[in-house]
Design a protein around this ligand. Structure first.
Ligand code: FE2
Ligand code: FE2
Length: 180
C-alpha cells in the first residue's frame, strides 16, 4: 500500500533534521579547532555524517520527498532536485575523505591530521550551503506545488531503520561536551 506523506509535515521534519545537522557541524568545528582533536569524537562525527546525515536524512529526502515529487511530475533533469541529489553525492565523498584522513592519522601519519581538518571544513561549508538552499528554495517550492506525495515508507520507518534515536543521543552527548 502506498503511504501518503504531507509535504508540510515532511518539510518540518527535514528542517528539524537540518537544525540537528547544523549543531553537529558546530560540534565538529569546535572538536577540530585546537589542533589536537579527540580521536573518539572524530570517529563519532564521521559516523554521524555517514549514518545520520547521509543514510537517514538524505534517505528521507531521496526515498520520500524528492522521489515523491519527481513521480508527481516535478522535473528531475535541469531542476533543483537534480542539484540537491548531486550535492548529496559530494557530501558523501567529502565524508569519505575525512574518514580516510582520520584512518591514516590513527595509523601515525601526522600530515593526515591537517588533511582531515581541511576536508572536514570543506564538508561543513558544503553541508551548510546545501541546507540553506533546501530550507530557503527547494522545500518552499515543493510545498507550493504539492500538498502530499506518495512513498512506500513513512519518514518514521526510514528514521527507525537508520537508528535515528541513537544518533540524536550521540549528538546530545557531544553538544554537552563541546558546549554547543
Ligand atoms: Fe539534501
Ligand atoms: Fe537536507
Amino acid at each position: 500500500m502506498p503511504v501518503r506523506v504531507k509535504v508540510n509535515e515532511a518539510m518540518s521534519r527535514l528542517t528539524n533534521h537540518h537544525d540537528r545537522i547544523l549543531e553537529a557541524l558546530t560540534v565538529m568545528g569546535r572538536a577540530l579547532e585546537h589542533g589536537n582533536p579527540d580521536p573518539n569524537d572524530v570517529h563519532a562525527l564521521v559516523q554521524f555524517m555517514q549514518r545520520f546525515v547521509d543514510a537517514c536524512h538524505h534517505g528521507v529526502e531521496e526515498y520520500i520527498l524528492f522521489s515523491g515529487a519527481n513521480r508527481r511530475g516535478f522535473p528531475l533533469e535541469g531542476g533543483p532536485i537534480y542539484v540537491m541529489v548531486a550535492e548529496h553525492g559530494v557530501g558523501r565523498y567529502l565524508a569519505r575523505l575525512v574518514e580516510e584522513a582520520y584512518r591514516a592519522w590513527l595509523e601515525g601519519d601526522q600530515n593526515a591530521l591537517r588533511d582531515m581538518v581541511d576536508y572536514a571544513r570543506m564538508y561543513m561549508d558544503h553541508l551548510a550551503q546545501h541546507i540553506e538552499k533546501e530550507n530557503k528554495i527547494l522545500f518552499p517550492t515543493l510545498a507550493a506545488h504539492y500538498d502530499e506525495v506518495s512513498a512506500t515508507r513513512t519518514i518514521e520507518e526510514v528514521e527507525r531503520e537508520h537508528e535515528y534515536d541513537r544518533w540524536m543521543a550521540l549528538l546530545e552527548n557531544l553538544k554537552r561536551k563541546y558546549g554547543v
